[in-house]
Design a protein around this ligand. Structure first.
Ligand code: GDD
Ligand code: MG
Length: 322
């Protein structure tokens, strides 16, 4: 089985963290976020994954190489100008080895415990051209709203609807017939959510939704990004990529400091006397001063939190001093 991971977005809502590091490469529980998705694909039996890159494209191959450490074969395809989600899928498909009738496509910013094998099996059983993982959320407005009938057939796809008609949303993982991908115009900017899915539905094609309310989180905001790391460290969700060690062995934590609540510390982090770091992600090279209190925050690489400073629900830029 082959998959395409969409990792080319700008990660605007995660600025300033994403000014230097693309969202899928931000550390989560000690490894770049997308490692969790790749490890999960490997565990589900996938053998080849194409990363559809655009923003900061070069850092992905520099880190993951050919994928040998993950037990996967990785390919990289880069859009010179971002082509949107649909254009990125079409562009990345050129790197798939031919012959597979179906392809799994995932947004590169979703942490999910859903049953991918069941989703693929459902796709095969229903004869749909596309099978979408759906979840129910309290506030669907920031997502693709996807109502279905009793049999699970998708009735409509409304991206970011101000007054949602359903609490079911697109969870960002699709099983697609290869023919659906090949029908997307090449080299054009296309949104799979705003164009491809609505036009399939308008043409009467069978699109199926699979509701699976396992753990699911889009890490697109600073709060969600920090939550994903905390949830893995505290065991709320399991990841085959998590080493079980949230504090890098090269971090130096004063014996009187407390690092608690699922915090992850990167390489070379120094935490001073009496400091408290709770439910946070602290990237490599950060210095947290004596008596500082950092809570539910993401601290960018090389940043300095001064003695006694209180940082709560914050996203601090790389190399910043607060
Ligand atoms: N290669 C490439 N090129 N990737 C892109 C591009 C592009 O032009 N634009 C976005 N992406 C990638 C992003 O990196 C991300 O992994 C994924 O596509 C989705 O983009 P987001 O910007 O995170 O979209 P969203 O969160 O607002 O909405 C999407 O995800 C929701 C679920 O988390 C949509 O698919 C919604 O329908 C869905 O509900
Ligand atoms: Mg997103």
């Amino acid at each position: 089985m082959q998959a395409i991971l969409l990792v080319g977005g700008q990660g605007t809502r995660l600025r300033p963290l994403t000014l230097t590091t693309p969202k899928p490469m931000l550390p989560v529980a000690g490894v770049p976020f997308v490692t969790h998705q790749l490890a999960r694909l490997a565990a589900a039996g996938f053998d080849h994954v194409v990363l559809a890159t655009s923003y900061r494209a070069e850092v992905f191959a520099a880190h993951f190489g050919a994928g040998q450490n993950l037990g996967l074969r990785l390919s990289y395809v880069t859009e010179a100008e971002p082509l949107g989600t649909g254009g990125a899928i079409r562009n990345a498909a050129a790197a798939l080895h031919p012959g597979d009738e179906l392809v799994v496509v995932q947004n590169g910013d979703v942490l999910s415990g859903h049953d991918l094998a069941a989703q693929v099996a459902r796709h095969r059983a229903t004869g749909a051209v596309a099978t979408l993982h759906l979840v129910t959320v309290e506030d669907p407005r920031a997502y693709g709203c996807v109502p279905t009938d009793e049999a699970g057939r998708v009735l409509a796809f409304h991206e970011k609807m101000p007054e949602p008609v359903s609490d079911q949303i697109n969870a960002g993982c699709y099983v697609l017939d290869r023919a659906v991908i090949d029908a997307i115009p090449a080299g054009a900017v296309v949104s799979v959510e705003r164009e491809t899915f609505p036009s399939l539905l308008a043409a009467g094609a069978v699109v199926t939704g699979v509701v699976d309310d396992s753990y699911w989180l889009d890490v697109g905001t600073p709060a969600a990004y920090v939550q994903a790391s905390v949830d893995i460290v505290t065991g709320v969700v399991e990841s085959p990529a998590y080493t079980g060690v949230p504090v890098d062995p090269s971090a130096v934590v004063d014996p009187s400091a407390s690092v608690v609540g699922g915090t992850a510390l990167g390489a070379g982090v120094v935490v001073g006397a009496g400091a408290v770091v709770a439910a946070s992600v602290v990237q490599r090279g950060v210095r947290i001063g004596a008596g500082a209190v950092v809570t539910r925050s993401a601290i960018g690489a090389g940043a300095v939190v001064g003695d006694g400073r209180v940082v709560t629900d914050a996203a601090i830029a790389d190399s910043a001093t607060v």
